[in-house]
Write a protein that binds this ligand. Structure first.
Ligand code: BGC
Length: 349
């Protein structure tokens, strides 16, 4: 049963209860997933009886996010649900939230260097990375063939704490093969700083991939490139653009990983231009966060399943980790269409 705020407070009518306002702060509207996250959060919170102030911070604009949060704090939000742009840029504004006893839930991305963050709800980000790394290991048959194989590496925005887990998880699988020489990174670019992509930008990823292709003479007629590790779909799309322009086709396409099951990436998987993605059902994350908000409002124990992993520099933030799911062209219909996440028309090529 979905508890409404009215039921939580027993006597109150839904109208009385609707004065409880929850602020939801999302980083950008330019990426599909955050629009879905925002829409799911709003509809599920409203269904539970809350009033919702949903804001998108332009296109990953940090001062806009800070100003929007300030406004949510001063206009009486009881709790803030925040998917941060720069996890370390909110310490000052969240001091105000803490002073007013406003609960702060870090949504998907951890908010760093502040004791004002109360809970964290996300997917198991390290597992995302290990699923991606394992996929590359198995697709290249690293354990059963002599190699060597050639790979380049791409991760996301350096201000997003999640990349430590995505890239860290993937490297926990791939690094031994790089060390042993079975996997070769011709560019030599293997550190997080070298392979990061500011704002998870498709264009930036495409530019870097184009430069790598030129500098290392990668191509169907040039030097071999067997795989490109990408932490998510917006980056994978940039890689695919660059590789198609360099002459690769579905018949010789390097293995490319991704995450989010964004529509363009699912279409690329169907066309053989991306190998896999990770399905993180934003409906699941949203309903978990609504549950957290309900418990906080009622003063009840909040359901968490991790009290060790997410240290934000000041404290280990009690977290709930949802389960990420491996997606390829073989299971996308069951995962995405049968579950009602997308329609057939959404994925029409
Ligand atoms: C999210 C990913 C997303 C990326 C870019 C990360 O923090 O966990 O799902 O692809 O940000 O928006």
């Amino acid at each position: 049963m979905l508890l409404t705020v009215a039921t939580l407070f027993g006597a109150g009518t839904k109208e009385d209860a609707s004065v409880i306002k929850i602020g939801v702060s999302m980083p950008t509207q330019s990426l599909q997933r955050w629009n879905q996250d925002g829409a799911n959060m709003k509809s599920q919170l409203e269904a539970a009886g809350y009033k919702v102030d949903l804001q998108y911070a332009g296109d990953n604009d940090i001062p806009t996010q800070v100003a929007q949060l300030e406004n949510m704090i001063t206009t009486g939000c009881k709790a803030l649900v925040i998917a941060s742009i720069d996890g370390s840029a909110l310490s000052e504004v969240l001091k105000q939230a803490k002073a007013k006893d406003i609960a702060v839930i870090a949504y998907d991305r951890l908010i760093m260097n502040t004791d004002a963050v109360t809970y964290y709800a996300t997917f198991d980000n390290f597992k995302v990375g290990t699923i991606q790394g394992t996929y590359i290991r198995d697709a290249l048959k690293l354990d059963s063939t002599p190699g060597p194989y050639y790979i380049e590496l791409f991760t996301g925005s350096p201000d997003d704490n999640n990349i430590n887990f995505f890239f860290g998880g993937a490297m926990s699988i791939l690094e031994p093969y790089i060390k042993s020489g079975k996997l070769i990174v011709r560019s030599g670019q293997t550190t997080k700083a070298q392979v990061a992509t500011l704002n998870w930008s498709t264009e930036e990823a495409q530019k870097r991939m184009e430069n790598l292709i030129t500098a290392n003479n990668y191509g169907p007629k040039g030097n071999r490139l067997d795989a490109v590790y990408s932490s998510n779909d917006s980056i994978a799309n940039g890689l695919t653009n660059a590789l198609v322009a360099a002459g690769y086709t579905k018949d010789n396409f390097p293995i490319i990983t991704g995450q989010d099951c964004d529509k363009p990436s699912v279409k690329n998987m169907i066309m053989g231009l991306q190998s896999m993605s990770i399905f993180k059902d934003t409906r699941t994350l949203a309903s978990k966060v609504v549950e957290m908000v309900n418990s906080i409002v009622k003063g009840e124990k909040v359901d968490i399943n991790d009290t060790e992993t997410y240290n934000n520099g000041v404290k280990v933030v009690p977290s709930y980790l949802c389960d990420p799911v491996f997606a390829t062209v073989d299971n996308y219909k069951a995962l995405l269409i049968d579950s009602g996440y997308y329609t057939e028309a959404d994925l029409k090529i």
